[in-house]
Design a protein around this ligand. Structure first.
Ligand code: GCU
Length: 435
């Protein structure tokens, strides 16, 4: 497939550019990004995407069996070797769950909150994560659920003072603030009422409880537990792989809870955690669906477009997110054996939702759309309706597609109630409406 930059020509005005430099910064980011990046569509280089349906030896993949047995393992290996590093391995018999909290009066009595403490190396008390689960009280049986990690602690997702504080031992977030100062600060991202009223549960965990988000040579968090970690190798499980592995352990825990229908869990992540959700969903096929919210570079956005954040830039700013091999591609993205449409294809045939935001050019909305589009042939080969015939970027605030869905919400890098409305509809399309 060949894409010419000319077909995507849309030159941004200077005022948009000025807004962008500021708009690319979010409170999830600890450095101001955006300067010196390319936001000019006419400067997107020409590129050829790897074809997900041509095997490394040149064979055309035209049956679901060949996808499953030949091509899918090849692509998974490429991402493991060249980008995220190996998927972690650890002694799972050391994982233990302990219910530490329940509260049945959340949302005015509509929902129960339960906190399960997940010990990663029992009987050691650390590392551990507190998985908070919100379940509708009027449920008739086990309910489908969303799993979405949070950026600043479970207690930041809602104002309710009963929510136990979750804090990582080492963190880049809220280091100098008391838990009460930050309680509820991220509540606009958590549409608990909508989710519960629609008959879904939602589970969340503070991502830095799995692995702190800074470069310490992989000594903290869950890294010491990985039996396939070798810092001298180029393909060690880096931090996104560690977060992904932690989310798989969260699903292990959900599988033990009678109130959750664990075969119906949609994994959702925003930004760096959107990259994580895609990678986790690619490796852990128990997730019934995956949502990438503004995941950008290293997530849904095509690396070869070099629009907004680039492979070079992300490796400089966040050297711990990806394995050492990925750092080699900063100046030669065209040599990557894969691109991000194939990360989405790894989730096939399970439903996937790619969401962008109109002002979030740092995450390259068009590159995210093109990934969704170019994953379509794999979804179709596997017998789904793929992107449902979508070929052009939709208008803002319109959700399009079928098994692959996409929208570009008006506004900034964020998760909003508009996004949640689409994700609940997406879950309804997979599992049937719950109410
Ligand atoms: C930075 C980073 C992005 C990332 C984002 C976030 O902006 O450059 O790659 O997605 O932080 O996680 O908020």
């Amino acid at each position: 497939m060949r894409f010419s930059h000319l077909s995507f020509a849309s030159i941004l005005s200077l005022s948009t550019l000025a807004a962008l430099t500021f708009g690319a910064f979010s409170f999830d980011s600890h450095i101001a990004f955006g300067q010196n990046a390319n936001y000019d569509e006419s400067k997107v280089p020409q590129y050829v995407l790897p074809d997900p349906l041509i095997a490394e030896d040149g064979t055309k993949i035209d049956t679901p069996e060949d996808w499953k047995n030949i091509r899918r393992p090849e692509i998974l290996k490429q991402f493991q070797t060249e980008m995220f590093g190996k998927y972690p391995e650890a002694d799972l018999s050391k994982i233990k769950f302990e219910e530490i909290f329940t509260y049945d009066k959340f949302l005015g009595g509509k929902a129960t909150i339960k906190v399960e403490r997940v010990y990663f190396n029992a009987p050691e008390s650390k590392p551990k994560m507190d998985l908070m689960i919100v379940v509708p009280n009027d449920r008739k049986g086990a309910v489908p659920a969303f799993l979405m990690p949070n950026f600043q602690g479970n207690h930041t997702t809602n104002d309710d003072v009963n929510i136990p504080v979750s804090v990582a031992d080492e963190t880049i977030h809220n280091k100098d603030k008391s838990p009460d100062e930050v309680r509820g600060v991220a509540k606009s991202r958590w549409s608990y009422e909508r989710i519960v009223n629609s008959g879904y549960a939602i589970a969340t965990v503070f991502y830095e409880e799995i692995d702190p988000d800074f470069d310490d040579g992989f000594k903290n968090g869950v890294h010491p537990l990985f039996t396939n970690f070798d810092v001298e190798s180029g393909d060690y499980p880096a931090t996104i792989s560690a977060w992904a592995w932690g989310l798989s352990r969260a699903l292990d825990c959900l599988e033990t809870l009678p109130e959750i229908d664990s075969k119906k869990v949609v994994l959702l992540g925003h930004s760096r955690l959107g990259k994580t959700a895609l990678w986790c969903g690619a490796n852990d096929e128990r997730f019934a669906g995956v949502v990438s919210n503004n995941s950008g570079c290293g997530g849904a956005a095509l690396s070869r477009r070099e629009f907004g954040e680039t492979v070079k830039r992300i490796n400089q700013s966040f050297p711990h997110w990806f394995c050492a091999n990925f750092h080699k591609y900063g100046d030669r993205v065209n040599d990557l054996p894969m691109d991000e449409h194939e990360l989405i294809a790894l989730i096939a045939p399970r439903p996937v939702y790619v969401a962008s935001a109109s002002e979030d050019l740092w995450a390259d909305p068009k590159g995210e759309f093109l990934s969704a589009l170019n994953a379509d042939p794999v979804y179709r080969l596997l017998g789904t309706d793929g992107f449902g015939g979508v070929t052009e970027e939709p208008d803002v605030d319109v959700s399009v597609g079928a098994t692959i869905r996409y929208h570009r919400r008006t506004g900034k890098h964020d998760v909003t109630d508009f996004d949640w409305e689409q994700y609940v509809n997406f879950a309804n399309s997979i599992f049937g409406a719950q109410k």
